[in-house]
Design a protein around this ligand. Structure first.
Ligand SMILES: C[S@@+](CC[C@H](N)C(=O)[O-])C[C@H]1O[C@@H](n2cnc3c(N)ncnc32)[C@H](O)[C@@H]1O
Length: 219
């Protein structure tokens, strides 16, 4: 796929993604289970969910964390998430609409975990390292990063690959970016597998979703 043909996806124009379909709920629950096995989330931990979407993972993790801040560039996603916060009176969950991180700005948050699910494949090539470095700077010493995303795929996962900058990732390449940014104890597990019908043939395809976790060195 040629880099110059790619453009950033406008998630405000993706009404299908605003609905929590059963397969997305199942996938997120599996990611949360894998995350709880790898990261000791507890009631003292502040968590940031980067690319939180409608808040499925944020809400799952909020049951164990001190607080969760969901960050997303899509106002529509944030709107749906805010409705859930209000409806369920989720006192330790909040949202933050962002326009993308600029190189200088680090949110004043000092969190113990930055997590991100199914978002990094929408981040342009040259920005991935910049974002991982930003996550490093947001974390307290000893804090964790947890990234869930697709293993390499052939381009069949999305019905439209506009704004898909990576057809999944090679785990060892993503792990190298994470360790190059200063993290230690970089590990990967398979969080879940997702079945989808091929958009052209109608035949079933299986996709695997990894969870990579790592730790910022203690001071
Ligand atoms: C496929 S959705 C995943 C949502 C959610 N994490 C989940 O697993 O259901 C990707 C999300 O990333 C957000 N996103 C894309 N690029 C972003 C960026 N540069 N900064 C923050 N959020 C971004 C989109 O608006 C969208 O809500």
């Amino acid at each position: 796929m040629k880099k110059e043909t790619l453009k950033i996806k406008d998630f405000n124009k993706e009404p299908g993604l605003l609905k929590d379909k059963p397969d997305r709920i199942k996938r997120t629950n599996a990611i949360a289970c894998a995350l709880f096995k790898e990261v000791p989330v507890d009631s003292s931990m502040k968590v940031v969910d980067f690319g939180c979407g409608t808040g499925l993972l944020s809400i799952a993790v909020s049951s164990k964390a001190k607080s969760v801040t969901g960050m997303d560039t899509s106002e529509k996603m944030i709107e749906v998430f805010n409705e859930k916060i209000k409806k369920d009176n989720l006192k330790n969950v909040k949202t933050c609409h962002i326009c993308g991180f600029d190189a200088e700005y680090v949110p004043d948050i000092d969190c113990g975990l930055v997590m991100s699910a199914m978002t990094m494949h929408h981040i342009p090539f040259e920005d991935i390292k910049k974002y991982v470095k930003k996550f490093f700077d947001m974390l307290i010493p000893g804090g964790y990063i947890a990234v869930a995303d697709l293993d390499e795929e052939k381009g069949n996962f999305h019905s439209d690959n506009d704004g898909v900058f990576h057809l999944g990732f090679v785990r060892k390449d993503f792990k190298k970016i994470i360790s190059d940014c200063g993290f230690e104890n970089v590990k990967d597990v398979t969080a879940t597998r997702v079945f989808k019908a091929d958009k052209n043939t109608g035949q079933g395809n299986e996709f695997s979703v990894f969870l990579i976790t790592a730790k910022k060195p203690a001071a």
